[in-house]
Design a protein around this ligand. Sequence first.
Ligand SMILES: *Cc1c(COP(=O)(O)O)cnc(C)c1O
Length: 362
Amino acid sequence: MHAVAHVDLDALIWNYHFLRDKSAPAATAAAIKANAYGLGIIGIAPALQAAGCRTFFVAHFSEALTLRLILPDAKTEIIVLHGIQPHDYAEALARHITPTLNHLGDIENWRIFARQQEIFLEACVHLDSGINRLGLPLREQNQLADNHGLLDGIKVRAWMSHFARSEEFDISMTREQRRRFIEILNQLPPAPASLCNSSGIFWGKDYVFDLTRPGIALYGGNPMPMTDNPMHAVLTLKAPILQIRDVVAGDAVGYTSTYCFTKSGRVATLPCGYADGYHRALANRGKVKIGDHLAPVIGNVSMDLLTVDVTDIPEHIAHVGAMATIIGPHRPIDQVAVEAQTNAYEILTSLGPRVERIYSRP
Ligand SMILES: *Cc1c(COP(=O)(O)O)cnc(C)c1O
């Protein structure tokens, strides 16, 4: 009796094709970092590959190595957003893993390595257009524009940049980042360009350039939280009722007694706590679905358990062994995220390692 994450690969593939059609004529890669946003690269990566995805973005080199074991075909591109340290270059080359170069020092190291190998080496080059996080700052972009020789021996797979607030209703910052991106692209050697994450794709064809990099929308999160979610739900997280007890007025529930019954009722306990990804912030705020009924979370969320009020749910529906849906098509991750005062990304990537992932066959 434990929590189970059902991952709907048909929905994942529908989402990929939807984003691919919206991105066209640009190609559509997949952001698959953080173990495919918690859903598990072991199930997600082969399904995306079968759906036609040829390019995968991860954050860490270690993630790239794991992904390469799952997708051994060298024609499947794996790009490391955080870059690769020089002591890993030889292994990266052997495993066909492409670095992102985030500053001039990165570019120089990769250029020296290419010269040693006496071949052209591919790399993504990240140009910061306003997020001020990773990528060449404007000063370094201008140095590169003034001296293309800094790229000798490097075949630019893509010039890339990343939006800071593309999911917001107000497009002004997104538009400005696009303008800065084009301005610098015009001064650099021609190569494919990549600007859009999931939400960027929804601003239309002027934004997609040659390659898009959606993540959250593939996994069912709403790329544009201001509007209805066009994506299909991929994750259904369920847990069985372990125990039910009757309580009377004055009884309290859970650690530090944060919920107190004012009349008699029934409490159901589920094996899903914060170690499984059910945030403590959902204490006395979240809801789970049992049959067609919503049961409010009462009391604190503990490491391994949560408690819900099933007083108003008939006993033939809320009984020991009955499955509660914690996240699912009718309990959307974006809704749970609002209740937890976070976003869908954090809800997905919180899914604990001990939660069993079951992948439906596409
Ligand atoms: C995570 C990430 C993405 C994917 O973003 P989503 O908002 O999940 O679509 C794309 N590009 C970069 C650089 C990222 O770090």
